[in-house]
Unconditional design. Structure first.
Length: 344
């Protein structure tokens, strides 16, 4: 690969009128000597997104628009990649902001470690108290439990990559995104890359600003869809199963048992001590979980007391819908499950 290869940024776009222009500005402002182009794959938005995109394309010849009538992320990515022309493909998001050295660092890392897909940290941010609390939960290991791109890890080979900076030839070698996976398609692509003997690499110096959902209703919808599709991944691929994915469903069982025990306890005053003891232990689960959420919120990077309390409330909005979705996806599959959190 030449030292400053041209790069093609590919972005799925759906109902992003409030964020798109800022995201595009951060991409076109990249401090990178190679040629750049940005391909926007436009879904059937119900806000002013497509008007904003057309204005942006009219003002800069480096922007290309392609139509994505089905509106799904994997089809958008495939259409955009096929419409692009440069040897490095960089996936970007309309809710993301790239630091000016992101492209330079990513291309250097591809070369330095011989990887075919490189990703970095999702640096969640917020514009309102609720969105900042959600962002703080994203940064907490209590929130998502383990992916390096949320809470950080040393540089090295990884299971998956946030967004992704790719050598173009990898799509010819292992194929494009699986369009049957409406979510988690990046994980499945990384599985194929790793299975073919190529590297997926995590570089913590690559930090992408990301604006998460801005209210609890949208966050719950996103969490349920994410859990459902993660269950679908575990259903399809043995490599997609992990002990940490089983913990949220077990938590829901524990919380349910605690609520039932609390209702039953007053009526079982004549029950054997061992039964009442078991009920007492079960009732402790909801209390312990609530306390853990508050402690994790207090220890989060939220900047004010109010936002720390809000962060404590965010964790159940992530964990519980995710767990219910995971059980659904694991047992019955995820077909038809759509995250409508940003569909207006």
């Amino acid at each position: 690969m030449q030292q400053t290869p041209g790069v093609s940024y590919v972005m799925p776009v759906l109902n992003e009128a409030d964020y798109l222009a800022e995201a595009v500005r951060s991409i076109l402002a990249q401090d990178y000597a190679g040629d750049k182009e940005l391909v926007l794959a436009l879904g059937p938005s119900t806000d002013e997104t497509n008007d904003v995109a057309e204005q942006l394309a009219a003002s800069d010849e480096r922007i290309t628009l392609v139509d994505n009538p089905v509106g799904r992320t994997p089809s958008a990515l495939n259409l955009a990649i096929k419409a692009s022309r440069h040897p490095v493909i960089i996936r970007v998001d309309a809710h993301s902001e790239l630091p000016t050295d992101y492209t330079q660092r990513g291309v250097e890392t591809l070369e330095r470690v011989g990887a075919h897909d490189v990703g970095g940290l999702m640096d969640a941010r917020g514009r309102s108290p609720v969105q900042r609390a959600i962002a703080a939960a994203y940064h907490s290991k209590f929130g998502f439990g383990g992916p390096a791109y949320h809470s950080g890890a040393p540089e090295g080979e990884a299971e998956s990559a946030y967004l992704g900076i790719f050598r173009r030839e990898i799509f010819d070698l292992v194929g494009y995104y699986d369009e049957s996976l409406w979510r988690a398609q990046d994980w499945e692509l990384c599985l194929r890359i790793r299975s073919a003997g190529f590297k997926v690499w995590f570089d913590p110096e690559l930090k992408v600003g990301y604006y998460p959902r801005s209210n609890f209703k949208a966050l719950i919808a996103q969490s349920y869809a994410s859990g459902t599709w993660r269950g679908e991944i575990a259903r399809r691929f043995p490599e997609g199963k992990s002990l940490r994915h089983d913990l949220p469903p077990l938590l829901v069982l524990g919380l349910g048992a605690g609520v039932v025990s609390a209702v039953a306890y007053p009526f079982l005053d004549q029950a054997p001590a061992v039964v009442r003891g078991a009920l007492g232990l079960a009732m402790a689960v909801p209390v312990s979980y609530a306390a853990a959420c508050l402690v994790a919120g207090a220890r989060s990077n939220a900047s004010s007391f109010k936002e720390k309390l809000l962060t404590g409330a965010v964790f159940p909005a992530i964990h519980l819908p995710w767990a219910m979705g995971y059980v659904k996806g694991r047992s019955r599959g995820a077909a038809g499950t759509l995250d409508k959190g940003r569909v207006k």
